[in-house]
Design a protein around this ligand. Structure first.
Ligand code: IMP
Ligand code: MG
Length: 179
C-alpha cells in the first residue's frame, strides 16, 4: 500500500450506518409488504457491504442479483462514460426491483443504469443509495431511500474504495490528501 492515500477522519461511523439501515430497512419492509418478492440489484463492487447489511434488515421475501459497471478508472473523477462489465443474471420483466448503490456523485452512473433497467419493463424500479454528494450532481436523480449526505470529499470504507483499497474499513472516512 505504498503511495496509497490513507483514510482520514470518520464521516459516518459504523454505529450510525447500523442505525440508519434499521430505519430504512423498516421503511422498505413496509413499502414492499404487498409487492414482493423484491429483487435487490447490488452495484458491484462498492455496494456489496451495504447490500449484505441491508438485506438482513428486510422482513419480506427478497432475492439478489448484481451488476458491475465502470464509470471511473482507478482515479477519483468521473469520466462520464458508463460501461456494463457484468449484466444481471435475472430477467427483471414484471418484477419489483430496488437498485442498491454505495454512493451517488455526479449521478451519471445511476441515471444510465435506471434508464437501462427501465427499458426491460420491471413492475417497479426504485433506488437505494447509502451516500450522496449533492453538491456534485450533474444530472437529477430520484433516490427513494438515502442513507446519508456527505460533503464533496473522496470517501472510503464500508465497501467503498480508492483504487481497490480501504473497502474493509468498518466506518466511512474521508481520504487523506485526496488527489
Ligand atoms: P457518479 O456516476 O459520478 O454518480 O459516480 C458513482 C460511482 O462513483 C459510485 O458508484 C462509486 O463507485 C464512485 N464514487 C463516487 N464518489 C466516490 C467516492 O467518494 N469514493 C469512492 N467512490 C466514489
Ligand atoms: Mg460504484
Amino acid at each position: 500500500m505504498d503511495g496509497v492515500p490513507k483514510p482520514g477522519r470518520i464521516l459516518v461511523s459504523s454505529e450510525a450506518i447500523d442505525r440508519r439501515l434499521g430505519e430504512l430497512g423498516a421503511r422498505i419492509t413496509a413499502d414492499y409488504r404487498e409487492r414482493n418478492p423484491l429483487l435487490l440489484v447490488g452495484i458491484l463492487r462498492g455496494a456489496f457491504v451495504v447490500l449484505s447489511d441491508l438485506i438482513r434488515r428486510l422482513e419480506i421475501p427478497c432475492e439478489v442479483d448484481f451488476m458491475e459497471v465502470s464509470s471511473y478508472g482507478t482515479g477519483t473523477s468521473s469520466s462520464g462514460v458508463v460501461r456494463i462489465l457484468k449484466d444481471l443474471e435475472e430477467d427483471i420483466t414484471g418484477r419489483h426491483v430496488l437498485i442498491v448503490e454505495d454512493i451517488i456523485d455526479t449521478g451519471l452512473t445511476l441515471s444510465y443504469l435506471r434508464r437501462s433497467l427501465l427499458a426491460r419493463n420491471p413492475a417497479s424500479l426504485e433506488i437505494f443509495a447509502l451516500l450522496s454528494k449533492p453538491s456534485r450532481r450533474r444530472v437529477e436523480i430520484e433516490v427513494k431511500y438515502l442513507g446519508f449526505e456527505v460533503p464533496d470529499e473522496f470517501v472510503v470504507g464500508y465497501g467503498i474504495d480508492y483504487a481497490g483499497y480501504h473497502r474493509n474499513l468498518p466506518d466511512i472516512h474521508a481520504l487523506l490528501d485526496s488527489p
